[in-house]
Design a binder for this molecule. Structure first.
Ligand code: F6P
Length: 345
């Protein structure tokens, strides 16, 4: 019997989404199943913006960033009318299953739509933040790490030429995976992550010590949600609200750079990498991981393993319950943080 599988990408985009879509479509074609592309995340199911995906639709998309389906942060939950539109379109398009490719937020929606509303759903974890539990890595992360690494490499030469401190603000939401991996790979002198509230006094000491030892430049990688230790009181209430209380994080880099310059007297500049970290072509690692996740997600649909999510453990692709995977945010591994810390100062 032909299975009709809906696929959607939801939340922030990341490199590798198209590789997953391609792998699902190509796997389904082998078994004469049908894949329907749902446009712009959950919104496509609320508005009936849905179209079949064929071999031709996925040709040439493997190296492309973004998502051919579009994405949004719209949720079907929390509103009876939205849930009703979801049901109407589900029936109209005669869906037998749904594959949700999303980060922590979208996967929680997927879990609730499966657990509380009974829809046959499987998940595929994606995010440059690498903060989804149950899997060693999410695709998109490796590409973002490469982008941060290249930026830190480039900032080294200009920092050295001008004898400056360079503060590099990176994404990652509430975890420091991206900052730590990018910082280690780029040879940063300090890495500040949300998991370890920082002491600015200590950071300034590192910078001064480097200066005294003839290394007249420093690179500081700071995660967008890194926070000063509660004993440090250089952030005003207003700045605190500005940086951390918005849905969109960011701004700690600017504050940090100004404060370091004030305390050390060393010329300090800030670079906020922003959305560059999410754009462009996926690395080979992410293409392979995304492809394996797509194939596995299709397999889970065939097994009717609803409420499961694809995962990477070691080098094996397996599945884990959405409930278990989403129990808590996957925080930065302590061993990785300590590896970065060895090179502080
Ligand atoms: O979760 C991925 C991510 O890129 C975070 O690192 C960042 O904080 C956030 O999304 C930005 O999201 P938006 O697209 O809503 O600005």
């Amino acid at each position: 019997m032909t299975v009709r599988i809906g696929v959607l990408t939801a939340g922030g985009d990341c490199p590798g989404l198209n590789a997953v879509i391609r792998a699902i479509v190509r796997s389904a074609i082998h078994s004469k199943d049908q894949v329907l592309g749902i446009k712009n995340g959950w919104r496509g199911l609320l508005e009936g913006d849905i179209a079949p995906l064929t071999h031709a639709s996925v040709t040439g998309i493997l190296p492309r960033g973004g998502t051919i389906l579009g994405t949004s942060r719209v949720s079907p939950l929390g509103d009876a009318r939205r849930l009703e539109s979801f049901r109407v379109n589900w029936d109209k398009y005669e869906l037998d299953a749904l594959i949700v490719i999303g980060g922590e937020g979208s996967l929680k929606t997927a879990r609730d739509m499966w657990r509380d509303h009974g829809y046959p759903i499987v998940g595929v974890p994606k995010t440059i933040d690498n903060d989804v539990g149950g899997t060693d890595f999410t695709f998109g992360f490796d590409t973002a790490v490469s982008i941060v690494t290249e930026a830190v490499d480039r900032l080294h030469s200009t920092a050295e030429a001008h004898h400056r401190v360079m503060v590099v603000e990176v994404m990652g939401r509430h975890t420091g995976w991206l900052a730590a991996y990018g910082g280690i790979a780029g040879g940063a002198d300090v890495v500040l992550v949300p998991e370890h509230p920082f002491s600015l006094t200590r950071v300034c000491e590192f910078v001064r010590r480097r200066d005294q030892h003839g290394r007249s430049f420093s690179i500081i990688v700071v995660s967008e949600d890194a926070r000063p230790h509660p004993d440090e009181n250089f952030l005003t209430e207003e700045l605190n609200a500005d940086i951390y209380r918005h849905e969109r994080l960011g701004g700690i880099g600017n504050v940090l750079a100004a404060e370091i310059e004030k305390r050390t007297g060393i010329d300090t500049r800030v670079t906020k990498l922003g959305y560059v970290q999410r754009g462009g072509s996926p690395t080979a690692f992410d293409r392979v991981l995304a492809t394996r996740f797509g194939i596995k997600a299709y397999g889970l649909v065939k097994e009717q393993a609803w409420g499961q999510m694809t995962a990477l453990r070691g080098n094996r692709i397996l599945s884990v319950g959405l409930d278990e995977a989403l129990r808590e945010l996957k925080q930065l591994d302590e061993e990785i943080y300590h590896a970065a810390e060895v090179f502080f100062g």
